[in-house]
Design a protein. Structure first.
Lengths: 333, 108
């Protein structure tokens, strides 16, 4: 709103300028413009103020006075646009603030430390392509020898993915007290997801239990790429076995338990499709190329390997992460 | 690449040819077209031709799941054909292969 003191300032500025134009007045006018914008003075109010200021400075010819009617009408349109941009900007700021809250909430859903068991190294890299990730992973210690591991990819990202992730975490937390095998856990989660999310959303997941005494990993897969197993004795990477429908597709889906035993030096690499769908130039990285990258980072700690592979794949994709990326490396020492 | 989408209908049967990219950008248009055909009163068969699809991500899989569910509710046949090796792999990994009829032959 134009106040009396503002109008007086404006008249003074205009008078000074007309009496002897100078850089100081132009600079002051710029500062005043910023102030007017910050205080939501509309373009048509400013036009009116200018007209009144001219009247105070001397006799205004009739054609100049009349011309202000045209200018004011035009400025009303500018004013409408200004108000809509302003309202859009505040809505945008509000959404940004909400996203920041969701981002912080999502961080709390992911583990803040990795399990520590003798004879097994664990490394994780999980990076969101945008503010909120659709990738989820978790480790739950079962006892002194075993822990459960979840890697999941929720379709889409943003708030819906964060909300779905929170549902998954609390479902797994509440089911973990029951003695469920990986296949039964996925069966339960499939029903929960199917009942509670939009029909076009789904979740891919690998859920398993690692026994650090036997170094045996029992897992089941729901529409998720199972990952790789490196056999140190042979120096070969194998595809992990396992297949099953994504969670949320069909209420009666069944899942199969797979089992692998790690020998000294063997490595399990679990991932989400952000890793396998890495693009080199315009083409997707082929399995053989991915294996070559992994082979180049053997012989280091699991976390170092995970970090190095992320850096390699990011460089290959010209430092542009197109999808959320999660890789978990388990290495038997 | 952009989306290519062409629908031909004969009585209660619809055939949709999709091409280009099916991703987060083009997904809403694909979903709206397929869902409105699936929900159209009297639709008995919906056939999707994927031969010209260059790229499809999880958005596309989500659309096929939603359309499959809608068709199941209406007892309308939902079929896809001419999947590229990459799309076929996506269908296998996600388990869609078990739930959607994949036509092996040429289009009718």
């Amino acid at each position: 709103m134009v106040t009396r003191s503002l109008e007086e300032e404006y008249v003074k500025l205009l008078r000074d300028y007309l009496n002897g134009p100078g850089e100081d007045q132009l600079y002051f006018a710029q500062q005043m413009g910023k102030w007017l914008l910050a205080h939501d003075v509309s373009p048509e109010e400013l036009t009116d103020m200018h007209g009144r200021a001219l009247e105070k400075l001397g006799e205004v010819p009739e054609f100049v006075r009349a011309s202000f009617s045209i200018l004011t009408e035009v400025m009303i349109e500018y004013g409408n646009e200004h108000r809509s941009v302003h309202s859009w900007r505040s809505r945008h700021q509000q959404m940004e603030a909400e996203l920041t809250v969701a981002q912080a909430m999502q961080k709390r859903l992911l583990p803040n430390q990795l399990p520590d068991y003798p004879g097994l190294e664990i490394g994780v890299v999980s990076i969101a392509a945008k503010q909120i990730s659709g990738d989820y992973y978790d480790f739950i210690c079962q006892d002194r020898e075993r822990f459960c591991l979840t890697v999941a990819d929720i379709t889409g990202n943003g708030i819906s993915a964060a909300m779905c992730m929170s549902m998954l975490k609390y479902a797994i937390d509440s089911l973990r007290e029951m003695p469920l095998g990986p296949d039964e856990m996925l069966r339960h989660l499939n029903r929960i997801v199917g009942r509670n999310i939009d029909p076009s959303m789904f979740v891919t997941m690998l859920y398993g239990s690692y026994d650090t005494h036997q170094h045996c990993f029992r897992y089941a897969v729901a529409g998720h790429e199972p990952g790789f197993l490196y056999r140190a004795a042979e120096g070969v990477f194998y595809d992990l076995a396992g297949q099953g429908s994504v969670l949320g597709l069909c209420p009666n889906s069944e899942y199969e338990v797979q089992e692998v035993r790690l020998e000294a030096g063997d490595i399990l690499i679990l991932l989400t499709d952000g890793v396998t769908e890495c693009k080199k130039n315009r083409y997707y990285l082929q399995r053989d190329e991915l294996v070559l990258q992994m082979q180049a980072e053997l012989g280091v700690h699991a976390q170092k390997m995970a970090n190095a592979l992320y850096n390699r794949l990011l460089a290959l994709s010209q430092f542009e992460l197109l999808d959320d990326y999660t890789m978990i490396v388990l290495r038997r020492t | 690449m952009d989306l290519f989408l062409k629908t031909t209908s004969q009585d209660t049967e619809h055939r949709v040819v999709l091409g280009g990219d099916i991703d987060a950008h083009t997904g809403p248009e694909v979903k709206e077209t397929l869902m409105s055909l699936a929900n159209e009163p009297g639709t008995r068969r919906l056939l999707i031709d994927l031969e010209a699809v260059e790229y499809m991500d999880s958005t596309g899989i989500g659309i096929f799941i939603a359309v499959m569910k809608a068709c199941k509710q209406k007892e309308c046949a939902f079929e896809v054909q001419k999947l590229s090796p990459r799309v076929e792999r996506l269908f296998r990994i996600t388990g869609l292969y078990e739930h959607i009829a994949i036509r092996k032959g040429e289009s009718e």
